[in-house]
Ligand binder design. Structure first.
Ligand code: GLA
Length: 727
């Protein structure tokens, strides 16, 4: 619900359990008054403290700068007194930076407008509020848009800058949102990693000064993540307050947490202003990406569940939310570049007999690519390897009753490629310097529409030429040189953002032209796993590291925010190709249940014993696939915290079915059998677990005792059924 109390000049946005309140001062400044547990009144103007020293400028003009520095501005602006560093900065035609935004008008409406050319949460049963702020001297407007997703306790925010002057100006910073939090929060929860170690959870203390996490790699990257949560002291999985923000964006971002002299914590999120400068001509608009905001008052698990529900309902492509994802076999770790069509058919023959539903042909099928140093950009099948052509290969796979999928890396070009030889100016490069290589490849200049159209043309032709039902879209290097030969000097600061816009446009075209295509994004594993990409692809390859122990941590961090069904999880070889760890086949499969199950190995070459286990593993996944895709997720224990074991549950929305997954990473000697408190069940309902009957409240309070497991890297998946379903 969105309310405007005209007499008090107060806006109040209510979700099921929270309120977000803003007020307008006499002079028209928009202040953030309150965000937290639901309040039942708009009588909150006192909380802006405009009657305290320094009074608002109309009452005490001599202290205007002190006021600006103290006031909890909803969308703080730079250069006119707020010394925190705000959300927006604009350089005018005289080269001066500084603006002052005041409320001009507002509009409350049913539904949601969405963003142009960028992903944003889908509308549905939402109410929205637009507040137009303006700086008349500059001729700039900032339209703040809010949409309320009541049942998920989520609010989305975005900002549109409009140039209403008759000259161009330059936006040098435009963050999507900031929250002014006065008390309560003491800890930061964020996600960090590296290649093959993505999104590990980090908890740290908020202290005076600033904490920043950001990316300038042209994508979020393996290292940082466009998500932040601020926690109340002692907040844990089940109790305490959580303020969380997640940016729907796949490029350079910044997140800043700042504790100031007033003991107030501000948290900002948006496009990274570093190497960003956008020229906005008279009458033009610029939209900053959307941010998903929530306040959860029942601990970290409740934040997670709100995000999962929200992503499933409003971000993921609707067609794939409940549609079953095929169990796939991908040939990357099976063959690397050393394959041909016959080898793939051989894998598919074995795989189809085991119950695998799709074969994905990974890197190496095009140009003359036999290693990672050639042919990106030459999107034509290599007829020495794919001898009968793509259609013939797809038909042979389909004849085995399997779907066929294919790998692309559309944003890149190899120096050794026909495309680069023909168009050496189609790459991002600083004029007069040799462009830097990474994995022996250049980044295509997506700010040049000819490049984007050419690449789309190739994708389209390939996908039309055969029955290809899945695409893995990869991006295997960061962007370094944000410089384009196709843009004038005063637009070079637009390159990084233009790349992301073109990427979105391409994926939008792809899923529009091929509406039933299953798109899986990927970036050297999980370097571009974010809400923006999830708008187009319901699943993203989570990490190049499929070692089950590493995956416990990668998947725990990823599932802190994103639903299990969004993570590409495969069973790979042992010893693991990345870290050499040896683990049981059964444990690898149990850990791969928490996502879109598949195999990343050569099913023709593994042992008879392991091969014989595959049909039962697939059956198990298929049995729980719907539950995993639609249920509520409860984290019970974390290996990254206790260094011994890991556990989580997924409970159906009607609380009649659940699975409990337990992984004993390091064996316990000399301790009691493990007792786990379960979550999410109906207290008064009876449940059957491993043949015995328990009351839900018993399992959730007294706990469940696991049968002992022997050895390291052991796992068990336990089914929990209410007697209503077993009767
Ligand atoms: C990336 C991906 C891998 C694989 C290779 C192919 O690293 O994460 O899964 O597709 O590229 O080059």
């Amino acid at each position: 619900m969105v309310i405007y109390d005209k007499s008090r000049k107060v806006f109040k946005l209510d979700t099921a359990n929270t309120s977000y309140v803003m007020g307008v001062t006499e002079e028209g400044y928009l202040g953030n008054i309150y965000y937290g547990k639901k309040v039942d009144t708009t009588d909150l103007v006192y909380a802006m403290r405009t009657d305290e020293h320094p009074f608002t400028p109309s009452k005490m003009p001599g202290e205007k700068i002190s006021f600006m520095d103290r006031f909890p501005m909803e969308y703080p602006f730079e250069g006119t007194g707020d010394s925190h560093g705000g959300c927006i900065s604009i350089k005018d035609s005289k080269g001066q930076e500084g603006l002052e935004l005041k409320v001009k008008s507002h509009n409350i409406y049913a539904g949601k407008k969405g963003l142009k050319g960028m992903p944003s949460a889908r509308g549905g049963n939402t109410m929205s509020l637009d507040i137009v702020l303006s700086d008349e001297a500059l001729g700039a407007e900032a339209v703040l848009s809010y949409s309320v997703y009541e049942e998920c306790d989520i609010i989305t925010r975005s900002v549109k800058i409009v140039n209403i002057s008759d000259t161009s100006f330059y936006i040098t910073k435009v963050l999507s949102a900031c929250l002014n939090l006065e008390t309560e929060v003491s800890d930061i929860l964020s996600l960090h990693g590296a290649w093959a170690r993505e999104r590990h959870i980090q908890r740290s203390k908020i202290s005076y000064g600033s904490y920043i996490t950001e990316s300038s790699r042209g994508e979020p990257g393996h290292q940082e993540h466009p998500f932040i949560a601020l926690l109340s002291e002692n907040c844990n999985r089940e109790t305490g307050s959580v303020y969380a923000m997640n940016l729907v964006y796949s490029g350079n971002f910044t997140v800043k947490v700042q504790k100031d002299q007033f003991d107030r914590t501000r948290v900002y999120i948006g496009i990274n202003p570093e190497r960003f400068c956008w020229k906005l001509g008279s009458g033009e608009e610029f939209e900053a990406p959307e941010v998903i905001i929530q306040y959860a008052c029942e601990g970290i698990n409740s934040m997670t569940r709100n995000f999962h529900d929200f992503f499933r309902q409003y971000i993921l492509p609707p067609e794939w939310v409940v549609a079953e994802r095929p169990v796939l076999v991908n040939n990357w770790e099976a063959t690397y570049f050393d394959f041909d069509d016959d080898k793939l058919v051989q894998i598919a023959e074995e795989a189809s007999g085991l119950g695998i539903e799709m074969l994905v042909m990974d890197d190496g099928w095009f140009g003359h690519r036999n290693s990672d140093n050639s042919s990106l950009g030459d999107w034509y099948a290599n007829r020495e390897k794919i001898k009968g052509g793509l259609k013939d290969l797809a038909d042979r796979i389909n004849a085995l009753g399997m779907k066929f999928g294919i790998w692309f890396e559309p944003e890149m070009v190899s120096p050794d490629s026909d495309l680069f030889r023909e168009h050496p100016d189609w790459i991002l490069a600083l004029d007069g310097r040799e462009a830097g290589l990474c994995r022996t490849q250049y980044v295509l200049d997506f700010s040049n529409p000819d490049v984007v159209d050419y690449i789309y043309g190739r994708l389209y032709e390939i996908l039309k030429s055969a029955n290809i039902e899945y695409v893995k879209w990869d991006m295997n290097r960061p962007i370094a040189e944000a410089a384009s030969l196709s843009l004038p000097p005063d637009r070079q600061g637009e390159v990084m953002h233009r790349h992301v816009l073109a990427l979105y446009r391409l994926q939008e075209r792809l899923v529009t032209d091929f509406p039933h295509l299953l798109l899986e994004n990927c970036s050297s594993g999980g370097a571009r796993f974010d809400a923006g990409m999830l708008y187009y692809s319901p699943q993203i390859w989570c990490s190049d590291n499929a070692d089950p122990v590493e995956r416990l941590m990668v998947q725990e961090g990823t599932h802190l925010v994103y639903p299990l069904s969004t993570t590409g999880t495969h069973v790979a070889d042992s010893p693991n190709h990345v870290n050499g760890r040896v683990t049981p086949f059964s444990t690898r499969a149990d850990i791969a249940l928490a996502g879109t199950f598949g195999y990343e190995l050569d099913v023709t070459r593994i042992s008879e014993e392991e091969r014989a286990m595959i049909p039962a593993q697939i059956e198990k996944y298929k049995k729980y696939r719907h539950l995993i895709q639609t249920g509520d997720y409860y984290r019970i224990a974390s290996f990254s915290e206790n260094n011994r074991y890991d556990s989580y549950m997924v409970v159906s929305k009607d609380q009649n079915k659940a699975i409990l997954v337990y992984v004993q990473v390091v064996t316990d000697s000399n301790v009691l059998t493990k007792k786990l408190k379960l979550y999410g069940l109906c207290p008064g309902r009876k449940y059957i677990v491993d043949g015995a009957e328990y009351l839900g409240s018993t399992l959730m309070n007294a706990g469940y005792i696991l049968k002992p497991l022997r050895g390291d890297f052991q796992s068990v998946v336990i089914e929990i059924n209410s007697t209503c379903t077993t009767a």
